[in-house]
Design a protein around this ligand. Structure first.
Ligand code: FAD
Length: 406
């Protein structure tokens, strides 16, 4: 099964490669590719077979994503988000109704949007201000989210909010599955898409600001992890570990493609009467690039395989963080070096390297910055909580709070 989907991805790749510049230059979403992915069974490939998916593992997705990232970063992001992250949270923690509602949309081509970040709550996501107040059998959402990938093209939205009960007590954090179809003008009252960022790279993907003003959501759409709302944020973020593995894989795939292009060019271009490949200064760059790509691939696959190791259905947090951190920083460097090897030609839009260079830049920011990932890795390595607030350590009683004490 894995090989069939990887083979399908390879079959689609030449066409995706041909279209990639178009999405970038026109800042348009890759609808044509989405249709191809849907027909190939790649959209929602991780969904269980009883819901129409293929029951594919995260490792399967990683292999498919690498093939697609080599030709089109934008399309690879769609594949990640149609198989990891938000939709995986619904499949792991959702009710049967929620799963049955979401699955057909994803299989038909929807890329769910995961809505966490707010203007005053980025890395400090727990400081989000969006609230969901219980009112009878409904929750009323108020707040604002920004940098929401797919806002304006996605139909399914997983909106993170602070849940307040009818007595005004905060219950913790939950995710709300909200359907809105902006392309068809079918928006629930109180749900507005107020703007789109103009980004450096991945220009075909809308990054949008969403506003909720007394948005009513029936209680059956509250996604509450099994351990309850008090731990809701932590558990929902566990699902994000899969998305991090996916994001790291995109970065690694782009780097691998950049290196392939550079290797061909080194053999073809002949300054000083000899191929560039004969210059040792460039040979050693190739050696480092190749080594780092191989290392990233192993970290990512190890992370993808770690599902269940910690008792939850997602990759291990530290493995996912290490893999995304290494792959994202590596990709920025490798694509930069590949562009350097092309000289002026690399700097031109006649080569895809300038687009790849702009595209990979985001992977140390979106989905957990490199610094935040380092905080998580340090916390895991030291086996202790690493609070980020000014009083965080002062407030802890001696001895230091260890993770095992949770
Ligand atoms: P800040 O939190 O303000 O951080 C600014 C800088 O300070 C960063 O370099 C950061 O690493 C550093 N920093 C912050 N805290 C610490 C600390 N404790 N220790 C050390 N350094 C620190 N969000 C969503 O909810 N859904 C999406 O679909 C989504 N898609 C995105 C797509 C793109 C292309 C981008 C760029 C972002 C996306 N985001 C999304 C938002 C993303 O998750 C945030 O941008 C990210 O979490 C960082 O938050 P911030 O931009 O507010 O930076």
């Amino acid at each position: 099964m894995t090989h069939a989907l990887v083979a399908s991805a390879r079959d689609l790749a030449p066409e995706f490669e041909r279209r990639a510049a178009h999405w970038d230059q026109t800042r348009s979403y890759c609808w044509r590719n989405v249709q191809d992915l849907s027909e190939a069974g790649i959209m929602g490939m991780t969904l269980p077979e009883n819901l129409g998916g293929q029951g594919a593992s995260f490792l399967d997705v990683v292999e498919v994503v690498e093939e697609i990232a080599k030709v089109c970063t934008l399309t690879a992001r769609v594949v990640v988000e149609a198989n990891m992250g938000g939709i995986s949270a619904v499949m792991a923690y959702g009710s049967e109704d929620q799963k049955a509602f979401c699955a057909p949309h994803v299989l038909a081509g929807d890329k769910p949007a995961i809505c966490i970040t707010e203007p005053q709550a980025g890395s400090a996501a727990t400081e989000m201000q969006t609230t969901a107040r219980k009112c009878g059998d409904t929750y009323v959402l108020n707040g604002c989210k920004h940098w929401i990938t797919g806002g304006g093209v996605s139909k399914l939205h997983l909106i993170f909010a602070r849940v307040i009960d009818e007595a005004g007590e905060e219950q913790g954090s939950g995710g709300f599955c909200v359907f809105a179809d902006p392309m068809a003008g079918d928006m629930p009252a109180g749900f507005e898409i107020v703007g789109r960022e103009r980004t450096l790279g991945l220009c075909g993907m809308p990054e949008a600001e969403l506003r909720f003003d007394t948005l009513e959501v029936h209680e059956r759409w509250l996604l509450a992890p099994p351990s309850g709302l008090k731990r809701g944020f932590k558990d929902l973020m566990t699902a994000y570990n899969s998305q991090r593995v996916g994001a790291g894989t995109i970065a690694m795939g782009v780097a691998a493609a950049a290196l392939d292009r550079a290797k061909s060019y080194l053999l073809e271009r002949r300054p000083f009467g000899r191929p560039l490949a004969e210059f040792q200064g460039l040979q050693w760059m190739v050696a480092d690039m190749e080594t780092q790509i191989c290392a990233a691939r192993l970290l990512l696959r190890d992370a993808a395989l770690s599902c269940g190791e910690n008792g939850d259905p997602f990759p291990d947090m530290a493995k996912a963080a290490r893999a995304k951190l290494f792959a994202s920083e590596m990709a920025i460097k490798v694509v930069n070096d590949a562009l350097q090897m092309f000289g002026a030609r690399g700097y031109s839009d006649k080569e895809p390297l300038e687009r790849m260079y702009r595209d990979v830049r985001m992977f140390t920011i979106g989905g957990g910055t490199a610094q935040v990932l380092r905080n998580q890795i340090a916390s895991s390595a030291l086996g202790m909580k690493c609070p980020q607030t000014r009083t965080g350590y002062v407030d802890q009683d001696w001895p230091i709070q260890t993770l095992a004490a949770e």
